[in-house]
Design a protein around this ligand. Sequence first.
Ligand code: UT7
Length: 337
Amino acid sequence: MIGRVDGTRISITGLGSYAPERVLTNHELAQMVDTSHEWIVERTGIRERRIARPDEAMTDLALPAARQALEQAQVDPASVDLVIVATVTPDTMFPTTSALLADALGASDAAAYDLLAGCTGFMYAVAQAYGMLAGGLSRRALVVGGDVLSKIINWRDRRTCVLFGDGAGAVVLDRVDGGGFVGFELGADGAGGIHLSLPGGGSRTPTTAETIEQEKHFVQMNGPEVFRFATRVLVSSAEKLLAECGRSIDEVDVYVPHQANVRIIDHAARKLGVPEEKVVINVDRYGNTSSGSIPLALADAAADGRLRPGALVLMTGMGAGLTWGSSLIEWTDGVAA
Ligand code: UT7
């Protein structure tokens, strides 16, 4: 799916993020599995990640991020009529995290649903919220991207446990007078889905004592295959979107790629021709937070003063499905129309 925005201008008018307090370093991981700080840094760029407490679930990460985004947008939570939470680690499959979040916020008139698109979830959710606002169905949307992957990782599997972390980000979407979203490109390749999966617990393989013994309730990943996919789609998705929107890569001021591995990010930036100073990187501090990755990186860019009004921001995500998605936005000053 690809589309260039025309007509109604819609933008991000508030941004928030939250990561659990507990920092897990590579050195600690080296005590848990056969790995080393040096290997992890060299192969991934990750130095540490945040890990949720046993009693912390997705809603507990989403709530502070959402409150911060709503405060920044200076809007009453009750005025939000659409809540989408992109996550593969909801508190429970149902009730949904979005419904629990809307209730906790006091957004009692909101439609609320969770969205599953792996690490690309935030890009899909933002595109959907854009469509709901542009189509006149929603007046104000809250989109959260986040995951608590630590709860579905096999902490004895060094091929996966060193990569992931927990975190969430939230944005408020509103109509604006100018600027805002320019276009979206989204896609999926189910044939490659096998390379990154959570095989147990669904209707194909319901949880039994046997599936637990076979560790099917943990993330399974073919790292090199996902690496190849990632390097390909981060480039192709961005290039297709820029062409559709009639923009060149030189016009992009801030590049926010999915934070999975610094080698993937460097490859994509080099191929696209984005200079280092325009690339946002925080995978060293958070690891791969799945749906939380892009909004957490946006929050970091905002804190660094890089998201000034008028800046053209390119975001690209990729992940389980396999899926990918890009968005271009002209950053606005946060004031709704
Ligand atoms: O959001 C999307 C989610 N996933 C991703 O984006 C992941 C994409 N893939 C990657 O980032 C990389 O493939 C990894 C970081 C997962 C792995 O790096 P790699 O350079 O592709 O390594 P590899 O899987 O080809 O493994 C190379 C070696 C193997 O040893 P042998 O067979 O050559 O003896 C692995 O067993 O490295 C070994 N290895 C490790 N060694 C120390 C794998 N994981 C580790 C580890 N520590 N944590």
